[in-house]
Design a binder for this molecule. Structure first.
Ligand code: UN1
Length: 496
């Protein structure tokens, strides 16, 4: 029997007022029903926000180190359940088991970091310009946050948002992506078991149009953190702007890997293969463009095609499989439509892949060949638009300056990479590339959880998740002055 999941509100697992549910199926084997989930209404969201609001004052007043201590237990339980939830994650969204274990590990690391951060949450203390007066900054929680998470990292990304949000003293309502609600439900179980008080975390499943919409417009929500497409992110930015809620957006990417003539080609090939086809290309940080210097183009492309053709595609539960399916039929159709655009509209040269995989077990799910286009021009649609699938475009350039210009020539700016042995070229790239993340001699994917994560231009709105910067997203800064002189002291006037 597939598990029947419920919402988690005020510390209880409850059904939606709608009385309706939706199904979630394994994208590698659609006969495998992962679970049924509540198709929630605005009323359900309101109940969750109410529960979060009620839990807030006591949680806010709990000392931060005490709140954070729970995170040690969270990390511990996550370690115990790492493999079990990784299996569920592969069934739920398709990426291969080594990667879903990695997704769990990213969540464990994020818990470890949060556990320590509760004892830090540093504010600055600076001298006052007046005698007998202290001046310093503290970080205060804000209230109830709405977290809207994507399906490509079903545990890691919810932890990136939930752990700093609650460690800093906020309470939350999370709406997971409709393709991956099971993993987030498991995360709620873990947090509950670890001792997070009732109402501090609430989980409501359902559509973006109903649940997401209510969250972003709810008057009692102080902030929204969203990871997903730039299109939806802009709408959320607009809606939250109207009520001046804080809003943190992690959006699309069109990440590129530059390969210079002097690069270690073996390394650059390994990087391209992993960066472009890991997670079936369904990462915000996925490599979707290779920008290559003309001297090594032929050798690199020939070798890359050979390796891509050898990739084993299939059900990610099989340890020997290297690339899983797309998350859904809709995502597969998007990939197919971009392959068509690449061939017919852009007229780029298809050098490998290009087709949906059919026959045998492939017919049970949403599989597509890893695909490479060569002779791509920087302004073609396949080189400009986010595809979120296993499609890589190769663009040839003559110089480093041209490579950087091409890399910067999209509306996005999340991750980037350069392969070169020349430290001068690397330093120039680091300074001039417009992106939130730059790797030197590493692929565009693989960010570490304790470092700031986010992008420039239409990839976000200036916030950085991950690391200590996430703790700034979820808190208000308060500047404190304490005058112990016993008399009125006027800044800018006295003692001048
Ligand atoms: C994402 O694709 O939204 O850096 C996040 C990486 C992962 C996180 C990706 N650690 O590829």
């Amino acid at each position: 029997m597939p598990e029947a999941f419920k919402n988690f509100i005020g510390g209880k697992w409850v059904k939606s007022k709608s009385g309706k549910t939706f199904e979630n199926r394994n994208p590698a084997d659609t006969g495998d029903l992962v679970g049924t989930f509540q198709l929630s209404t605005e009323e359900d969201v309101d109940a969750a926000v109410q529960a979060a609001k009620k839990a807030y004052p006591d949680w806010r007043d709990t000392p931060a180190p005490e709140r954070a201590e729970i995170m040690y237990r969270v990390a511990h339980i996550m370690r115990d359940r790492k493999d079990e939830i990784a299996q569920l994650m592969t069934r739920e969204m398709g990426k291969v088991i080594a990667e879903t274990r990695g997704d769990m590990q990213e969540g464990i690391d994020t818990a470890d970091f949060a556990a320590g951060e509760g004892r830090r949450m540093h504010g600055q203390t600076v001298p006052s310009e007046l005698r007998n007066k202290a001046a310093y900054v503290i970080h205060r929680p804000m209230g109830v946050w709405g977290l809207i998470t994507p399906w490509n990292f079903p545990v890691a990304i919810p932890t990136w948002k939930t752990y700093p949000a609650i460690t800093t003293g906020n309470t939350i309502v999370i709406k997971p992506a409709t393709y991956t609600p099971a993993c987030t439900a498991k995360l709620m179980e873990i947090l509950d078991e670890a001792g997070v008080p009732k109402g501090v975390i609430n989980y409501v499943t359902g559509s973006g149009g109903v649940v997401g919409e209510r969250l972003i417009n709810h008057p009692d929500i102080r902030g929204i953190s969203f990871t997903g497409s730039s299109e939806v992110g802009k709408r959320i930015g607009e809606a939250t702007g109207k009520t001046l809620k804080r809003c943190s957006l992690e959006l699309g990417g069109k990440n590129a890997q530059i390969v210079m003539d002097d690069a270690n080609l073996e390394l650059a090939l390994d990087g391209a293969l992993w960066g472009a086809f890991g997670t079936t290309g369904q990462r915000c940080t996925a490599t979707s463009r290779i920008i290559i210097q003309d001297g090594v183009h032929d050798e690199f492309v020939t070798e890359l095609v050979k390796r891509v053709k050898a990739l084993k595609v299939g059900n990610g539960l099989d340890e020997s499989v290297q690339m899983g399916p797309l998350v859904s039929e809709a995502q597969l159709k998007t990939v197919e439509s971009y392959v068509k655009i690449g061939q017919l509209e852009d007229k780029a040269k298809l050098v490998c892949g290009g087709k949906r995989l059919v026959g045998g077990d492939f017919d049970k799910g949403w599989f597509h060949e890893p695909t490479i286009f060569d002779e791509v021009k920087p302004d073609m649609r396949i080189a400009q638009e986010e595809i979120f699938g296993p499609v890589l475009s190769v663009i040839t350039v003559k110089t480093l300056d041209e490579a950087i210009e091409v890399l910067n020539g999209t509306v996005y700016g999340l991750s980037s990479s350069i392969y070169t042995q020349d430290v001068n070229a690397a330093m120039r790239a680091i300074e001039r590339i417009e992106a939130g993340i730059t790797y030197v001699n590493g692929p565009t994917i693989g960010a570490e959880c304790h470092m700031p994560f986010g992008g420039v231009k239409e990839t976000g709105n200036g916030h950085r998740e991950g690391g200590w910067t996430a703790y700034e997203i979820f808190t208000e800064m308060k500047t404190v002055y304490i005058d112990y002189s016993g008399k009125l002291q006027r800044a800018q006037i006295d003692n001048k």
